[in-house]
Design a protein around this ligand. Structure first.
Ligand code: CA
Length: 227
């Protein structure tokens, strides 16, 4: 799950980034509306947290413009503007929710989870392979009932492998869909291999049944059966 934070207050932006990364979100921060505008077109995000009072740019106007251009990413406004009119204007401009500053971080997390549930009502939110279980809403991963502590990247990698269970996943697919880097001078193969090795250690380390398999020269496969 990737989140774009558009927030010009460095301390708040950093606190949000760290808090969300602890919850296994992938996070990018834009300090200006312009940068946010650029990033939201250049990359794919599942959620956007938008401050309204930004240098040289009104967050509300930016959001209106983004929606007009067809942006469908769920947007949560976080703003110190706290009147009823402000909230109505925000929602009318295309926000999906509105949180007033200052706010408690657990509430922000709960609002984000609600947006994810709403956005993904028709998608699978739980995955299972043997005794490996993953819940995309609570972001909990367990193997044999024991919680696994994954980094944001490992989490995304595992979601991808579980979505493609029993299918071959090539390094090119991972570079494009998990790392989202299509145009690179050097291939990501080594980086991918390192992450797969770490993920495998966490997922399969102590288990008798191995789930993550390497197919030499082809890629990887998550399967209850050895390919
Ligand atoms: Ca601000």
């Amino acid at each position: 799950m990737r989140v774009l934070i558009v927030e010009d207050e460095p301390r708040l932006a950093q606190a949000l980034k760290e808090g969300l990364e602890n919850e296994h979100y992938g996070v990018k921060v834009a300090a200006t509306g312009e940068e946010g505008f650029f990033l939201v077109h250049a990359e794919t995000f599942d959620l956007m947290i938008l401050d309204l009072m930004l240098p040289g740019c009104d967050g509300l106007e930016a959001l209106t413009a983004l929606r007009r251009r067809g942006l469908t990413t769920p947007v949560l406004i976080v703003s110190a503007r706290d009147t009823l009119e402000d909230r109505i204007r925000g929602l009318d401009a295309g926000a999906d929710d509105y949180l007033i500053k200052p706010f408690a971080f657990p509430e922000l997390l709960a609002r984000l989870r609600a947006l994810i549930r709403r956005g993904r009502a028709d998608e699978i939110l739980r995955f299972k392979a043997a005794d490996l279980e993953m819940d995309l809403v609570t972001r909990k991963v367990t193997r044999g009932g024991q919680p696994l502590d994954l980094t944001a990247r490992e989490f995304e990698l595992l979601v991808y492998l579980l979505r493609h269970q029993d299918q071959i996943v090539s390094r090119e697919m991972l570079a494009q869909d998990v790392w989202r880097e299509v145009r690179r001078a050097t291939p990501l193969d080594n980086v991918i291999d390192v992450h797969i090795a770490r993920l495998r250690k966490k997922v399969d380390g102590t288990a008798d049944l191995k789930l993550i398999h390497t197919l030499r020269g082809v890629g990887f496969m998550l399967s209850e059966q050895a390919p």
